[in-house]
Design a protein. Structure first.
Lengths: 415, 192
């Protein structure tokens, strides 16, 4: 059914359609509206047979989620930013125990300094946590991906983070096509765990594993990730057939045929970039977009195919590794190992700095002019703001425009 | 695609107005999108919200830099915030004020085509019917009357579906007052 609603309400409705048995959450912007709405559904009886637990912290939220999932219950929670970090210990336990929890991360910058706005530093901080991480490019994608996430999680036996851009998507009112309960009941049957905790036949899970088998446990966990690549594709195909949606998948290509340059983007920037790519096409500039949906597991093979014989790729990254470089770019380089494809990082949109169509336009022109000379470029950095500090403090000034990593490094040598 | 930027202050229902604008457009079969500028919301602080109306899927999520319409819910912003920044030279402006546009924004009146700048005493209308200074519904109704991009009924319906009962009805009545006010002023009537 078509509705004009806030992204958060759409996600709450999607979660309710999946008939979770337990929803637990602690409020943190920009995730709050999602769990508030799920709470309302439970209270009004719109979502039946579901326990909604208000907890006193994110640590408790993930702990309750672990308990309920281990008890064999379909479980959902949501968080963002510092809240995700506060969960971190439990996040690793959940994946190690193979619990198919679905959690929304309404992606937001991590402080300090305090910043409540959107980037990907929170979700990507949990890159190695053993959870699947699925990114959404629109609210429709978020609605559909949440529904698919339950099926994927339960088929693979691993938890799934559905990462949607905080505020930009969660707080946007848009036209959403919400599937019917009948459709989702057909798609997602009641959860039947292979094993679960019960007082009738007590077992323990997550007991200590020593050096004699820990590597093997990790090997098997990694094997589930390999399985997840296939499951994501299968579940996406099934869901698309059932609903007619275009959501989900490992990655999606836009205008990729014979593109001179491809941009790899995760999240809501994809839509903005698509509009700009259409405008550039009228100028005779042919740029493709690869919307990276599944960051974990990383679809190396699908990425290699999506890039094809394109010789230039820019990864638009909304987080980076301190003391290192980009986070997406090294993965793409691995995917393209042995080819002469030129792959670079353009960091932008940190802490809510808006990415406009003009940002994308400038990035494309910068790339096609051969100006991305280094692996890592601070693309939308404002040198006036930088200089207002560094000039007085250290006598260092930066030029206007994008700054390469070497300019940052050289400025330290001269300090 | 039509792009609309709404300016007001925290507590005046600016974000709600943008959402209701998108709902009204949706009710008429258009694609629409609304979103706030995200900040630390405080009562009285300047707030910006955005809306887009189109005939196809709206993919972009960038804030609106070049609006076709600017709605100013609080005229005390005029001196402190560049509310008309980037406004399409063929665009429209609607300002919540009792005074005529020529007096409130004389330079803007000269800049935009004739009949593209409107003032409407939206807060007065809201006080009459809602009893609270919530100018959202009358401002949207003014937009509908000024540009004919929406029907008054759609604006009314959007508020009535969000706030069923007395509050929604009061908003609908307020909207009608503003709609007629602008229609009258377009005809060169007593409000012109």
């Amino acid at each position: 059914m078509l509705r004009q609603i806030e992204g958060s309400l759409g996600v709450a409705q999607a979660v309710a359609l999946c008939r979770p048995g337990v929803v637990c959450a602690y409020p943190i912007s920009p995730q709050t509206h999602i769990v508030e709405n799920v709470g309302k559904f439970v209270k009004t009886g719109a979502l039946k047979d579901c326990d909604f637990l208000n907890v006193e912290s994110e640590f408790s939220a993930i702990s309750v989620a672990i308990g309920s999932a281990a008890g064999g219950c379909r479980t959902y929670t949501a968080t963002a930013s510092q809240g995700l970090l506060y969960m971190a210990e439990g996040i690793y336990s959940a994946s190690g125990l193979g619990l198919p929890i679905v959690m929304t991360v309404a992606s937001r910058a991590i402080g300090g300094p305090i910043n409540i706005w959107n980037d990907h530093s929170d979700s990507l901080s949990q890159r190695d946590s053993g959870w699947l991480q699925l990114f959404c490019e629109s609210n429709q994608d978020a609605v559909d991906t949440h529904i698919m996430a339950f099926k994927i999680a339960e088929k693979v036996g691993l938890p799934v983070m559905v990462c949607m851009d905080g505020f930009v998507l969660t707080h946007a009112f848009e036209r959403l096509d919400i599937p019917s309960q009948e459709q989702i009941d057909e798609f997602l049957p009641p959860y039947e765990p292979r094993e679960y905790l019960t007082t009738k036949e007590p077992v323990s899970i997550g007991a200590m594993v020593g050096p004699e088998a820990f590597t093997e446990v990790r090997f098997l966990q990694q094997r589930k990730m390999a399985k997840a690549l296939k499951v994501i594709e299968e579940v996406t195909a099934e869901y698309r057939k059932l609903t007619g949606s275009k959501s989900g998948g490992l990655l999606e290509c836009y205008n990729c045929e014979n593109a001179d340059l491809k941009l790899i983007i995760m999240g809501s920037t994809v839509g903005t970039a698509k509009d700009e790519i259409d405008r550039l096409k009228k100028e005779g500039i042919n740029v493709g977009i690869i919307s990276l949906k599944s960051f974990r597991p990383f679809p190396y093979e699908a990425m290699r195919q999506a890039i094809g014989d394109t010789k230039q790729v820019i990864c638009l990254e909304r987080a980076f590794s301190f003391g290192g470089r980009g986070i997406i770019c090294p993965e793409v380089k691995r995917a393209m190992e042995g080819t002469n494809c030129d792959i670079k990082t353009a960091v932008c949109g940190l802490g809510g700095r808006a990415i406009y169509g003009t940002t994308i336009n400038a990035m494309v022109k910068h790339a096609l002019a051969g100006k991305f000379t280094e692996e890592f470029t601070w693309f939308d950095v404002d040198s006036n703001v930088l200089n207002s500090y560094t000039k007085n403090a250290e006598g260092v000034t930066f030029p206007e425009g994008p700054l390469g990593a070497s300019q940052l490094e050289a400025s330290v040598k001269h300090a | 695609m039509l792009q609309i930027r709404l300016h007001g202050r925290g507590g005046q229902g600016v974000v709600t107005a943008a959402e209701m604008l998108s709902l009204a457009a949706f009710l008429e079969g258009h694609f629409a999108q609304a979103f706030p500028s995200f900040g630390s919301e405080r009562t009285g602080a300047p707030v910006v919200a955005y809306a887009r109306i189109g005939e196809g899927e709206i993919r972009t999520h960038e804030p609106i830099q070049n609006p076709d319409v600017v709605i100013v819910q609080d005229k005390t912003l005029l001196g402190s915030v560049d509310v008309f920044g980037g406004l399409n030279p063929q665009g429209y402006a609607i300002i919540n004020s009792k005074d005529p546009a020529e007096k409130v924004v004389p330079e803007l009146v000269k800049m935009l085509p004739e009949g593209h700048v409107f003032t409407v005493p939206a807060t007065d209308f809201a006080m009459q019917k809602i009893g609270k200074p919530l100018p959202g519904a009358p401002m949207l109704a003014s937009l509908a009357a000024a540009t004919d991009i929406l029907k008054l009924e759609s604006v009314q319906k959007s508020f009535q579906s969000r706030y069923p009962g007395k509050i929604g009805d009061a908003n609908a009545e307020t909207a009608a007052l503003a709609y007629n006010y602008i229609k009258d002023s377009k005809k060169g009537g007593s409000n012109a």
